[in-house]
Ligand binder design. Sequence first.
Ligand SMILES: [Fe+2]
Length: 145
Amino acid sequence: MLVDNLKTLQGTSLCFYLKIANFHWNIEGPDFPQYHEFLGDYYSDVYNTVDPLAEYVRALNSYAPGSLSRMLELTIIEDYNGPQIAWDQMFTIVYNDTTTLINLYKDVFDVATSAREQGIANFCADQMDALEKRLWMIRSILKKV
Ligand SMILES: [Fe+2]
């Protein structure tokens, strides 16, 4: 059901936001200012999707999840509670998670389109577009010369 997909997106996005924020705070490396700023922009973009997703859930006449434990049940992106890792490992994790999130948006786009919920489908399409750009940027950061 579309509303369940939206809850999964909401929980996944909130958990992903925190994971990117963690890396934004703790990343180290020769280009620290750029890494820090890139991840700062990225977490803020992801965070800004959580509220519209929750409000779509309400518009579909269900209740939005609102607790951290519920977000952890919903997320399909794994929480990171591991040791300090190198900057390129952090970006590799963020890259793979971004791919996971794009695929989730594609699924929800399909469900929204068949339910004729064009506003939600448009929102998904915009996010897919923005996330594809993030993939390109992270690929460029990780490219070895
Ligand atoms: Fe910051």
